[in-house]
Write a protein that binds this ligand. Structure first.
Ligand code: NAD
Length: 299
């Protein structure tokens, strides 16, 4: 059994990002990330401070707009619009979940798709489904990076995705399809979950149910990727897989913590860097255009 080390891989990716940021900075571009954090959910605050710390480590400019959970939808929209128009900001992230009175879909649709580094905007989601260049959601794209790093071939493999949310399961399934895997997506209404997982070469689970995937649901030699993050009453952090009993059956498995979690943050940084590079492209185009204008070669 090989343990897929997301912590180590994320550190390697972040080191590469740091080097690229230094090069960008030499050209006058500092990648910028704006985070919108509504309410006082402790888990959201922890995630946001981890993201802030990672931004600092790689040399990004970052700001966090903290808002009370009594804030109106319109006020959040106005803050996003301000960030859409802020040239120092390349990426905008709205920390989910939002309070009940806020329409999350509406909020996510206000983000400029070119700054949608979480990859939740329907425009980016549509492009992912069509296998076009786009910002892909950080968690599924982090899982794809793990496959790449460990030379895990996906073409023709039977993959069972457990959980079908817009931010995890659905984009995960799309990325796997694009990599020519045969994908089965299961969810809370799936009648016999283990009949699907037992057949799979690869199981990817992100549901939020501790220990859902048990040893008798996994075939010998399978690869198991655990996206779930659950805090038990004891304070212990566990995934959706009964790791103790499943691990020995697997050829590869991710731990929780130290698996997919750190990869999600690394991919957020990667997406923000990509957005900043897009900004340089436009900047180069704009400078060239201005020079051409000055010498009379453009109107
Ligand atoms: P969600 O509640 O939006 O979606 C859960 C999905 O799981 C749904 O499709 C639901 O139908 C399915 N599901 C629930 N119970 C099930 C069951 N018993 N059997 C089969 N399917 C079931 O949750 P989400 O936002 O997609 O997050 C899922 C999990 O992934 C959570 O534990 C969350 O903390 C974790 N997560 C981790 C990361 C990371 O960086 N590792 C990122 C995002 C989410």
């Amino acid at each position: 059994m090989i343990l897929i080390d997301g912590k180590k891989l994320s550190k390697k990716i972040e080191a590469n990002i740091k080097t690229e940021v230094e090069e960008l900075k030499a050209n006058g571009v500092v990648p910028g990330l704006a985070v919108i954090l509504v309410g006082d959910d402790p888990a959201s605050h922890t995630y946001v401070s981890m993201k802030e710390k990672s931004c600092k480590n790689v040399g990004f400019y970052s700001i966090v707009h903290k808002m009370p959970d009594t804030i109106s939808q319109q006020e959040i929209i106005e803050t996003i619009e301000m960030m859409n128009n802020n040239p120092r900001i390349d990426g905008i992230l709205v920390q989910l979940p939002l309070p009940k009175h806020i329409d999350t879909t509406k909020i996510l649709e206000v983000i400029d798709p070119a700054k949608d580094v979480d990859g939740f905007h329907p425009y980016n989601m549509g492009r992912i489904v069509e296998n076009l260049d786009a910002f892909a959601p950080c968690t599924p794209v982090g899982v794809m990076e793990m496959f790449k790093e460990y030379n895990i071939e996906l073409e023709g493999k039977d993959v069972c995705v457990v959980g079908a949310s817009n931010i995890v399961g659905k984009p995960m399934a799309a990325l796997l399809l694009n990599a020519n895997a045969t994908v089965t997506v299961t969810h809370i209404y799936t009648k016999d979950l283990s009949s699907h997982t037992k057949k799979a070469d690869i199981i990817i689970v992100g549901v939020g149910v501790p220990g859902l995937i048990k040893a008798n649901m996994v075939k010998e030699g399978a690869i198991v990727i655990d996206i779930g993050i659950n805090r038990l009453e004891s304070g212990k952090l566990v995934g959706d897989v009964d790791f103790e009993n499943v691990a020995s059956k697997c050829s590869y498995i991710t731990p929780v913590p130290g698996g997919v979690g750190p990869m999600t943050i690394a991919m957020l940084l990667q997406n923000t860097l990509k957005a900043a590079k897009g900004r340089t492209k436009w900047k180069t185009f704009y400078i060239s255009y201005t020079i051409f204008q000055q010498v009379g070669l453009a109107q």
